[in-house]
Design a protein around this ligand. Structure first.
Ligand code: AMP
Ligand code: ZN
Length: 434
């Protein structure tokens, strides 16, 4: 079993285009008829559903971004009756309002096809034991891979993330063959395996499917060695469904985009101009058949390159390179999206000034996350006695907003360097691309 759905994964270009042509016409009409906000965006641009006769007309349509999602929070972009929604997932927004994505039964079914394709591309079949150590819950990683593994017929271990000792124990005792989690956690599990006194010979892992955050080729080599596996990349975002928008094959040379469900464009992030084949720019994705949350021309903010060359694996889907950065200020720390604006919101709510510095590093493949917050002179004299208590309170408030726990440091007035130009709020010392 090399392909999950060979007829489509290896389809001719003509067939893929025919599918896209048919789906985009339907999708635009669906969004226009059912989302008043989207209708007004199209009206403002002077474009009607009838103007979209095929995928080549997509450039006529407006872009959507996290801004629109925030404007329409929580359900202004929902395109079906709520009774037809069977699940939601959620990820960080730019401030306090999170992004909520909705799914019908059919949406979940098609998304599971996407992750099933990724599992089979990584060598998975009914014979496999898939250990899912992505978080379950609002995050798309756990349930996204879970539904795909179930479709392939694998024995699925819904471990969720954390509880590392138990992960190693189950990996050993239940003979897991495929591990799915963030690359940082995979690296951590590699170290934990060694610390537990086991070697790669004592376990049965053969492959891993890792994504949700940037990781380098050297990190891939580390993980492959420490767990004795072949490590595959997987990409996706909550707004478009979750992991499985694209997936790597055995060639490990870019991720195949599931083009029957997603249409990809690369644009100049400054001007919005669509760029030509092989050019580097911002990835824009259109969901061609999502019913509940049909985002069209969604600006992912991921900087990327598309590759249309035929792949040796036999799949005809185009490939995207690993994302090479962002065209906004979003950080991904321990697999969680963090916006500096979220941190600022909390600081102001808690009565601090917005003079702060975020410092991130990757030590032993795990992200460190420190926030330095400057006190005013009054706060400084009031706080000095109970700094650690105040730091703890602020860390808790930040954890509630961000979903991860930063180490907070309250520092004396005027200790954070002032910049002469734009304020420098982030010092990211990690090496995220090769
Ligand atoms: P979320 O919706 O919270 O899962 O976050 C989606 C974002 O995570 C994407 O827009 C990317 O910036 C990032 N991301 C997801 N998968 C990968 C990957 N394989 N490599 C690099 N970044 C990724
Ligand atoms: Zn391939």
């Amino acid at each position: 079993m090399k392909y999950f759905q060979q007829d489509i994964e290896c389809a001719s270009r003509e067939k893929i285009e025919a599918i896209q042509n048919e789906k985009i016409v339907k999708q635009v009409k669906h969004a226009y008829d059912n989302i008043p906000y989207y209708r007004s965006l199209m009206d403002q641009k002077g474009v009607k559903p009838e103007d979209i006769k095929g995928i080549k007309d997509i450039y006529k349509l407006p872009f959507l971004s996290k801004y629109d999602l925030r404007e329409q929070y929580p359900d202004g972009l929902l395109a079906v009756d709520k009774k037809d929604v069977v699940r939601i997932h959620s990820t960080s927004g730019t401030t306090g309002k999170r992004v909520i994505a909705y799914y019908t039964e059919n949406d979940l079914d098609l998304w599971a096809d996407c992750t099933a394709r990724a599992i089979v591309a990584a060598g998975g079949s009914k014979e496999d034991v898939v250990q899912i150590a992505y978080g379950y819950g609002l995050f798309t990683g756990g349930m996204g891979l879970h539904d795909g593994a179930r479709k392939v017929g694998c024995m699925t271990l819904p471990m969720s993330s954390g509880n590392t000792e138990r992960q190693i124990q189950f990996m050993h005792d239940l003979k897991s063959t495929i591990l799915c989690c963030t690359p940082s956690y995979a690296a951590y599990l590699g170290e934990a395996l060694k610390e537990s006194g086991l070697t790669t010979k004592d376990i049965n892992l053969k492959a891993g499917i890792f994504g949700a955050e940037p990781w380098t080729e050297s990190m891939r080599k580390d993980i492959e060695k420490s767990l004795g596996i072949k490590a595959y990349d997987i990409f996706g975002l909550t707004e478009l469904s979750g992991p499985g928008v694209s997936y790597e094959c055995e060639e490990q040379a870019g991720m195949h985009i599931n083009e029957d469900h997603f249409y990809a464009e690369i644009i100049n992030p400054e001007t919005g101009e669509v760029l030509g084949d092989g050019e580097k720019g911002e990835l824009v994705l259109t969901s061609l058949d999502k019913e509940a949350f049909p985002l069209i021309r969604y600006r992912t903010r991921d900087i990327c390159i598309l590759n249309k060359e035929k792949c040796k694996c036999g799949r005809s889907f185009i490939r995207m390179a690993k994302p090479m950065g962002r065209s906004d200020d979003m950080l991904i720390i321990r697999g969680v999206n963090v916006f500096p604006s979220q941190i600022e919101t909390v600081l102001l709510e808690q009565g601090y000034t917005p003079n702060y510095l975020i410092e991130i590093d990757r030590v032993n493949n795990t992200d460190t996350f420190d926030i330095y917050v400057e006190l005013t002179s009054e706060q400084f004299s009031d706080t000095i006695k109970d700094v650690s208590l105040k730091e703890k309170e602020l860390s808790n408030a930040l954890k509630t907003m961000l979903g991860i726990n930063p180490k907070t440091h309250l520092v004396a007035p005027k200790t954070i360097a002032r910049s002469e130009g734009k304020a420098v709020r982030v010092n990211d010392k990690r090496k995220l691309i090769d």
